[in-house]
Design a binder for this molecule. Structure first.
Ligand code: HEC
Length: 467
């Protein structure tokens, strides 16, 4: 029998790989949106300085540029590759799918990123060393290269949500994948919010400017840009919500908005109030206040946004054809990809998954707990924590602490097998595998030690081929 091209499951207790990704992602989004937004603030400020003949503004740009170099660029460059490492272990097939669509888009992104990084160094160190007009051109090139990196990554991220039409499944073309239904709305939302981040960080930098006249002119310039960016982001976010697939809309209304809506409104109100206050009282923009508000807006604003985007995509990780648990859910003729659902329903995961230890290839009375644990990790753990009370949609809690194996098996035989929950993958397994999963979850709920191995001598055997 042919094995499926699956990889080992990487499981992080309690929070799952999903939250690991989320935490790295939030840090990255704060750093990257700040730097892209700041690049445009610099370009606009410098244009103003050039037109009005106010070279002292360059002092502020230098200060902000240094701050970006030390914080955003270091943090952004460390967390950016960190995201790809994290998702490669969390969703190897998801990443594989993206690479097969977007390898040249990534290459282009890397080129623009290189221009961006060299640009920020050049921009900071060449202030006063080259003539004003040349420097202005440099700053605008830096801004456009920065935004290009965002544009290219957003094309990939929005394809992860869905291609939005049947085209891509038939053609498999990069264009159909990249210019998907929610690309423009997503790009516009991020473009608006990058100005908010850049303005809020700009206020921290401005709070260190001693000269009251300079501080006033800078704050009064960047605060309105942040306000307009925020308003634009909200409008574009509403438009973005109209471009989502049905499963995302269900997820949003059932699970996400009830939890995150308040935080989102709070962030919008606080950010608006803060920017208006700063415009009105530039001299009262104190550093501790500016730092506290930055932290609040960064954490309470970006975490819900990133969590929502990741969660709404469920049950898929990419293009509505790869499930979160790495199983291929449908045919993609344009890429020669075939659904694995029927094969798994017939033969089971234990026989088809390449990384199953030999003694666990078949469910037996002795190994039911161990096979159940392995199957639950493969089939469910990408989206559910396996411990009681854990923050990532704890599976034992979702089943209300049930200890009745038949009841749990009935859920697996019913809604899961037939895919009735739009936000969950269809998981159709042979009866012995379903029973093993039910056996394992019931044992967790009874508080038993579920890490016990069946027969220690054989259970540690390395990955092996099925008989
Ligand atoms: C691709 C992600 C994903 C996978 C894989 C997955 N689930 Fe879920 N599951 C979800 C989401 C999303 C919810 C909605 C609940 C939430 O977000 O809090 C959910 C909810 C549930 C619920 C609560 C019922 C409901 O409709 O809200 C149960 C029970 C459940 N899952 C069991 C399982 C089991 C058992 C497996 C493995 C055999 C599994 N899930 C695999 C994403 C997934």
């Amino acid at each position: 029998m042919d094995l499926l091209g699956m990889y080992p499951t990487f499981y992080v207790p309690a929070i799952g790989t999903a939250w690991v990704m989320g935490i790295i992602g939030v840090i990255h989004v704060v750093a990257s949106h700040t730097s892209v937004g700041a690049s445009f603030l610099f370009a606009l400020l410098e244009t103003k300085a050039y037109r009005d003949g106010t070279p002292e503004i360059m002092g502020f740009i230098k200060k902000y540029g240094m701050f970006l170099l030390v914080f955003s660029y270091v943090i952004g460059s460390v967390t950016g590759p960190g995201i790809w490492y994290a998702i490669t272990v969390a969703s190897p097939r998801g990443v594989g799918g993206l690479i097969h669509n977007f390898v040249w888009v990534w290459a282009a992104e890397w080129v623009y990123f290189t221009v961006e990084v060299i640009g920020v160094y050049a921009l900071v160190y060449l202030i006063g060393k080259v003539d004003a007009k040349t420097h202005l051109k440099l700053t605008w090139s830096f801004a456009l290269a920065s935004w290009a990196t965002m544009l290219l990554i957003v094309g990939i991220l929005s394809f992860m949500m869905w291609p939005g039409s049947e085209n891509w499944y038939q053609t498999g073309s990069t264009n159909d994948a990249f210019y998907n239904l929610n690309f423009f709305a997503h790009l516009a939302t991020r473009t608006g919010s990058m100005f908010v981040m850049a303005a809020v960080v700009g206020l921290m930098v401005a709070s260190r400017v001693r000269d009251p006249v300079l501080r006033r002119s800078v704050v009064r310039f960047i605060a309105p840009i942040g306000l307009v960016g925020g308003l634009f982001a909200v409008m574009m976010f509403i438009y973005y919500l109209q471009t989502l697939p049905n499963n995302a809309v269900v997820m949003l209304n059932t699970y996400l908005l009830p939890v995150y809506a308040r935080a989102m409104v709070a962030v919008f109100v606080v950010a608006t109030a803060w920017l208006v206050f700063a415009w009105w009282q530039p001299q009262r923009v104190y550093t501790p206040l500016a730092v506290a508000l930055f932290l609040f807006i960064a954490v309470a604003g970006v975490w819900p946004e990133e969590r929502m985007r990741e969660s709404m995509r469920k049950p898929y990780v990419a293009g509505q054809y790869i499930y979160g648990n790495q199983i291929i859910a449908r045919n993609v003729p344009g890429k020669g990809i075939r659904s694995e659902m029927e094969q798994i329903a017939a033969a089971g995961l234990l026989q088809l998954h390449p990384f199953v230890p030999k003694p666990l290839r078949t469910v037996t009375a002795d190994n039911r707990l161990a096979t159940g644990r392995l199957l639950t990790q493969i089939a469910c753990a990408n989206c559910h924590a396996l411990e009681r009370g854990a923050p990532l949609r704890s599976l034992p809690d979702k089943l209300h602490g049930a200890t009745d194996e038949d009841l749990i098996a009935a859920f697996l035989q019913g809604p899961l097998k037939h895919g009735t929950q739009p936000y969950m993958p269809r998981i159709d397994l042979p009866a012995p595998e379903i029973d093993a999963i039910a056996h394992f979850i019931a044992a967790v709920n009874r508080g038993e030690d579920v890490t016990a191995q069946p027969t220690p001598s054989t259970a540690t055997a390395a990955a092996s081929q099925p008989e």
